[in-house]
Design a protein around this ligand. Structure first.
Ligand code: HAM
Length: 414
């Protein structure tokens, strides 16, 4: 029989890695909750249409789409912003605004797998629904920033505003403007050049686009952008910068950020890891957008982000404090005693307790305890039972002592 391999672009996670991923996840949850965000969950698959309406060609090409047995067109979610907005329109449109939601979930994109790019990957994200204010952008950006700082990641945060580029492109048809945004997002300079020539945009506009996407740096960038689009109102981005400065958030203004998804309307931002990820170094993406009206709701402004959980797990050096492991030796004829003692330790302490289920001799049980890095071995033999005690072997020092079960529990703490 041939071995069955995992599908391309998917991964298995062994216990050490899961422990690390859960530790990272719990920091993300804790911080999001401390900002008043509450967790939600949406289905793994949705109607295909949800993602084809406005997510943009880039995403649509990568969708895992299929027909179910009833002939319906469905898709595995490539991201969660569209599902959350669908849920908002269906279930939450009368709730007091703003709404603060967060999610941690797997997503699927049919991309060419490489380091940091998978076909199944996880996002931790938030959506703040109902505000157009720069205060809302400031909140989500500082939340993303706080999470990445708390995880001690070495990253750069870039903030832009798609409104500026869209303003430049306002006289072009929607699909042409979107294609230009996509080429800018991919940093495909040649492709951009030839597309601009192909659709025959003026030299002035070409020059303005080129100048705008090269603008990156401190707040003086806003002044430079003002020279390219003098009729644009920069108050929103200025207010945002002032708040972020006051909060000590470090960022680069980068007006060349176009984002791969079509639904963004205002401030957008991305974070890039400085090392360890190669080409797939974007660890966070987000911004403000309007989607609700496309799903049958009113036109509600929202802002949010998603952290690329797998990329972060790859570079985060968090140390997990594994719990102590106690191995209870199981002797023939005394199995119930061993199981009962194990249960009492579990009920009264916070350690991991494993009991032999292989019916092996004591030597091999000790050797297995050593292999799994058990901290203590608890031996419950006939003599121990008569004395009302257990023998406890410290696997590091080799020291062996007789204790009552209560003494052992006290030592292990609760
Ligand atoms: P996105 O930039 O497409 O935005 O994805 C967010 C993050 O997911 C990326 O920055 C990246 O770290 C990670 N990511 C994307 N594709 C892959 C992949 N194939 N393998 C591993 N990681 C990946 C969104 O999805 C928006 N929904 C974010 C958002 C929320 N905007 C507003 N609210």
């Amino acid at each position: 029989m041939n071995r069955i391999e995992r599908p391309r672009g998917t991964r298995d996670f062994l216990p050490d890695e899961m422990e690390k991923r859960r530790a990272i996840e719990s920091i993300m949850r804790k911080i999001a909750e401390s900002y008043g965000y509450r967790e939600i969950q949406t289905p793994t698959f949705e109607h295909l249409e949800l993602f084809t309406i406005k997510s943009g060609e880039g995403i649509v090409e990568e969708i895992y789409a299929f027909k179910d047995k009833g002939g319906r067109d469905l898709a595995l979610r490539p991201e969660l912003t569209a599902p959350v907005m669908r849920m908002f329109v269906n279930e939450c449109s009368v709730m007091p605004r703003p709404l603060r939601f967060y999610y941690f979930a797997n997503c699927f994109r049919y991309e060419r797998p490489q380091k940091g790019r998978y076909r199944e990957f996880w996002q931790f994200g938030v959506e703040l629904i109902g505000s157009t204010s720069p205060l809302a952008d400031a909140e989500v950006i500082s939340l993303a920033y706080t999470i990445m700082k708390e995880l001690k990641l070495d990253f750069e945060l870039h903030i832009g505003h798609v409104g500026l580029l869209r303003h430049l492109l306002r006289d072009l048809e929607e699909d042409k403007a979107s294609k230009i945004m996509r080429l800018i997002d991919k940093k495909d300079e040649k492709g951009l050049e030839s597309y601009l020539n192909e659709i025959g945009v003026s030299n002035d506009l070409k020059e303005s686009i080129r100048a705008m996407i090269e603008l990156a740096g401190g707040k003086d960038v806003i002044e430079d952008a003002g020279k390219i689009i003098p009729d644009f109102d920069f108050t929103h981005i200025e207010t945002l910068c002032n708040i972020l400065d006051a909060l000590g958030v470090e960022y680069t203004l980068n007006l060349g950020i176009a984002r791969g998804l079509d639904y963004y309307t205002g401030v957008v931002f991305e974070a890039y890891a400085k090392h360890g990820l190669g080409a797939q170094k974007q660890i966070c993406g987000g911004g403000s957008y309007r989607l609700a009206h496309l799903f049958g709701g009113e036109d509600v402004p929202s802002t949010g982000f998603a952290l690329g959980f797998d990329r972060i797990a790859e570079i985060c050096e968090i140390k997990t404090l594994g719990k102590k492991t106690v191995a209870v030796v199981n002797f023939s004829g005394l199995e119930s005693e061993a199981f009962k003692i194990a249960d009492q330790i579990r009920e009264n302490t916070d350690v991991h307790v494993v009991v032999d289920v292989m019916e092996r001799n004591i030597k091999r049980q000790l050797s297995y305890a050593n292999d799994i890095n058990a901290d203590l071995v608890v031996i419950v033999g006939k003599r121990e039972i008569q004395e009302g005690k257990v023998t406890v072997k410290d696997m590091e020092s080799g020291e062996q002592r007789k204790l009552t079960l209560q003494e052992l529990i006290n030592e292990l703490g609760s």
